[in-house]
Design a protein around this ligand. Structure first.
Ligand code: SF4
Length: 283
């Protein structure tokens, strides 16, 4: 079901903790950095202790709770979410999803499949809210802007992948690229992160030194600039076809990993991007 901000639903808040069991929460580098700063951890420590899937999904292997499902590692039965002030956008939106097409934003609701609509005590005791009021109460605005900034960065990385391939003459020379790109798209997130090698660190902001508040809009801008500067320094002077092809595939892999960290569909993104590249002559 697609929703707008004025639509009304039996929405509730996540503070009850019933929503912190058994769900998939994808997290982007800014969210990792923000939660780390709140808890006195580096991003690398948050990733090691609290994530799976190459550092982009929260680990849910805490004690079983709501409906016998395992808890998020940030959840404590006595206290609720330990990361509540800097919790990810997925937690602020729950039980909603969000999609952006250009400037248009829509919220998604899957009705009965969300556990909070089938017996969560909050749902039956709290009044229903409009989507907009619910999101305002969750202070979702800055988190939504951060997600959009990373979505733009993912597009930039895909553009970089194709700029390396096309501008260097690789495509014109008939160098095969589609198989490596397709293989990168087919990887599970853990394998994809491993295949990025040292670029995983830069993508996740682990090598970023910034005085900005971790996860804030200026921090994300600094992350983007840092990554772009590293790409420029590493790839701009490449001439060997194999090295160029590898650089292009790495950029595409980073774009896809970032898309998945935002809760997006990397296979769908790859299909769209590769379709365009094929139409322009890539093979
Ligand atoms: S980060 Fe917090 S709000 Fe999100 S699932 Fe974990 S415990 Fe729940």
């Amino acid at each position: 079901m697609k929703l707008h901000r004025h639509d009304r639903l039996p929405l509730t808040c996540t503070r009850e903790g019933t929503c912190c069991h058994g769900k998939a929460v994808w997290v982007h580098p800014g969210e990792i950095a923000r939660m780390g700063a709140d808890l006195g951890l580096t991003s690398a420590e948050v990733i090691d202790r609290h994530t799976v899937d190459g550092g982009i999904r929260l680990r849910f292997d805490g004690p079983a709770g709501w409906k016998g499902l395992p808890a998020c590692t940030f959840y404590q039965p006595s206290q609720g979410c330990r990361a509540h002030p800097g919790r990810p956008l997925a937690c602020r939106l729950y039980p909603l999803g969000r999609e952006r097409h250009g400037p248009k934003v829509r919220y998604l609701h899957e009705g009965k499949v969300f556990p909070c609509l089938t017996g969560c005590p909050s749902v039956v005791t709290l009044p229903s809210l409009t989507v907009g009021a619910y999101l305002d109460g969750q202070e979702a605005g800055p988190a939504e802007s951060a997600q959009d900034a990373y979505l733009d960065l993912a597009s930039d990385l895909a553009e970089a992948a194709f700029a390396v391939a096309f501008d260097s003459g690789l495509v014109a020379a008939g160098h095969p690229l589609i198989p490596a790109w397709t293989s990168m798209a087919a990887h599970d997130p853990t394998t994809r992160a491993e295949s990025l090698g040292p670029w995983r660190e830069s993508l996740l902001g682990l090598d970023l030194s910034s005085s900005e508040a971790p996860g804030s809009a200026p921090w994300i801008t600094a992350h983007r600039q840092h990554l772009q500067a590293r790409l420029q320094a590493s790839f701009a002077t490449l001439a060997d076809p194999a090295a160029l092809a590898s650089a292009s595939t790495t950029c595409l892999g980073m774009a896809l990993h970032l898309v998945q960290s935002l809760g997006g569909d990397p296979a769908g993104a790859a299909e769209k991007w590769l379709g365009r590249a094929r139409a322009l002559g890539a093979r």
